[in-house]
Ligand binder design. Structure first.
Ligand SMILES: [Zn+2]
Length: 123
């Protein structure tokens, strides 16, 4: 079931609940290099550690691994071919897509809309 945080912006709602995508290179989190954790901007669940973030060149914050059991996936055909999209398991909010061109050890790229994440630096 999808839970909606009433404090989200219109742009965040579009991505979370209408399967939208923010423009590439629009998120400050692309440039975030500090040690810390990334949380769901809708429900606050922790999703990624900073040590799995990498620069993919895609224009969106990218990670090669999420924390275990935090996402569920489904296949969409919005662009005419199959893509694996992922949703926060806790709130149902859409975060992005998983591609198979990531670095070792997983080979995965979690291409995440920056609007859907909140970064908290360690300390
Ligand atoms: Zn969530």
């Amino acid at each position: 079931m999808t839970k909606k945080n009433p404090n989200l912006t219109a742009e965040q709602k579009l991505v979370f609940f209408e399967e939208g995508t923010e423009p590439p290179n629009s998120s400050e989190l692309n440039y975030e290099k500090r040690e810390g954790s990334y949380y769901c901007a809708n429900c606050g669940v922790k999703l990624f550690n900073s040590n799995t973030k990498y620069e993919s060149g895609s224009g969106w914050p990218s990670f090669y691994q999420s924390l275990p059991e935090v996402f569920e996936t489904k296949t969409d055909y919005l662009l005419g071919y199959a893509r694996t999209e992922y949703h926060c398991k806790n709130c149902g909010g859409h975060h992005g897509h998983i591609f198979d061109d990531g670095p070792k050890p997983t080979g995965k790229r979690y291409c995440n809309n920056g609007l859907c994440l909140v970064f908290k630096a360690k300390n």
